[in-house]
Design a protein. Sequence first.
Length: 593
Amino acid sequence: MLSETLLESFALVKLQAVVRDASLSNIVVGFLVLAVTALAADYAYMLYLRSRMPPGPFPLPIVGNTFSLPENKPWIYFEELSKKYKTPLITFWIGRNPTVWINDAWCAHEILEKKAQIYSSRPRMVVFGELGSGQSSLVTMRVRNQRERDHWRIHRKLMHIGVGIQSVRGYREIQNNESKIVAYDFLREPKEYVKHLERYATSVVSIIGFGRRVASYNDPIITEVIALMQLAADLNVPGKSFPMLMETFPILAKFPRFMPWFKGVNARGQKGGHYFFHTLAEEALEQYAQKSPSEQAAMPTPYVKTLFEEGNKHNLPVAELSSLTGNLFGAGADTSSSTLVTFILACCAFPEPMKKAQAEIDRVVGPDRSPHWDDSPNLPYVNAFVKEVFRWRSVAIIGGQPHSPTQDDVYNGWLIPAGSWVQGNVWAIHHNEREFPDPDRFYPDRFFKDNDHHRPFPGERGYMTFGWGRRVCSGQALAEQGTWITVARLLWGFNVRKARDPQTGREIDVDIFAFTNGLNMRPQPFQCEISPRSEEIRETILREGKQALDDLKIHDGESRYKMSTFYQQQRRKIAEEPVIDEHGNIKIVKIKG
Ligand code: HEM
Ligand SMILES: *[C@@H]1O[C@H](CO)[C@@H](O)[C@H](O)[C@H]1NC(C)=O
């Protein structure tokens, strides 16, 4: 009886196990069938889209074309694909995500400028967006509907108050004085030319933003912020290794930050830089308030002050306000200084244009003073020279951030689906023989209509260095103005040439292709010789430099904060939320406890 029951129950257990196994394997099989079907359907849809989109290499399921990316500088690869397929637009699949690369100025103009109405958004960006500022900063902000559009307009407007064309004229003398100090520094310490240029670019945005200049190139605001920007720029280039590979497999971004594929991505998560910039802003407001009324009257109102007052009218969260000040540094410092390093490389590699520009400046300006913007109408060759600096090796080599259409668009019979990445390949655009014959040659003469290298180009500037349409660089006017005065002054003041081997006296060559790999590129370190052009000029540089240091004294000041140690010091503050009161002042309030 007992054993019977036992037997029965044993059989029952067994039966149950069989049933369970069956259902388990059924589930597994069912799941597999479902997965394969989903995969097939997904892939079929990819191929369907592909058949309607611009040409490009054949994508694999799930991974797309990601693994055919080169290790470095994908913009050159996309230029090659464009030539191979004989088409200005290329579709390249980053995972299941189609990206369209525009390799031609006219198409970029037709699409990103003329259809700016629908091309003013940004796509979903995993690595640079979601893992960084969360696409709440102007640079990455999406504009897909009316609500987002209104929000984005406020950001553009607030950025414009700071660095729009009107305000930028008011920053001329700041840039002028700071660039006099660059010339002065080049005299004292020519070998550190890169650091001087970084200091210049950072100091200009720091004066504009905070009212406080950056006097030393060892100031952590330079060394840390530029390093951070270069890291971020490296991360924003399509790639087939981690962490960029998360763009191909977005699901991986949902894992905890200690997983190995996050290497290099800000381990602190979303909070990122904005508390840091917020604290700097607070400090700057304090320092400004301590200045005497006459000092305040002698300087432009720091952008943070205006920004917090204006931002308050729109009820912007502090994180977003801070991101707007952060943009000055994030978007403005590394880009502007890299452009100037490129200028130095161009002078080393192509001495002729430098000499021609110097002859023009000697005629118009002479040795007793340095050039000023008022001279610009009389310096057509210098103007063309600056254009060529922007064209020859543009810093934002893939046009900064991708654009994304908010609705399906058809261009030249090709579909560009809503939400896809559309990236202007500035390398290919500025490197196209049709618009720029002999494109690797630094040749300012090409901008003169009667030159045999002159070709038509959409838009009056003759280059697309600052992007397109409604997302065009907010800091363009500031960057163009500052680049002009610094390039003009350095051409006036210095001979730049290849360094010579101290033993043999032979010139050390420079490589005009040796640039960094990030989406903001700059020349790899190179040696050069920078020397004043004459004794008279040397004296003028010294005189003007000392005067400028004196003039800029009202902007002297230091920060108590460093990004690298900020988060340890500030751990307490992060549990608290900054808010703005009705007077535009920032207050810190506790969130909990
Ligand atoms: C040589 C210097 C610079 C270059 C080459 C440059 C280039 C660019 C490019 C290509 C874009 C993307 C445009 C697009 O999506 O079509 C951009 C965006 C932006 N830049 Fe610049 N930039 C420079 C300096 C600056 C400066 C000095 C500032 C601010 C002070 C600045 C602020 C911004 C901002 C806020 C955006 C985002 C605009 C938006 O998405 O709506 N940039 N820049
Ligand atoms: C900078 O230089 C000019 C003269 O070139 C001067 O008028 C101006 O006040 C200076 N100061 C500042 C803070 O820009």
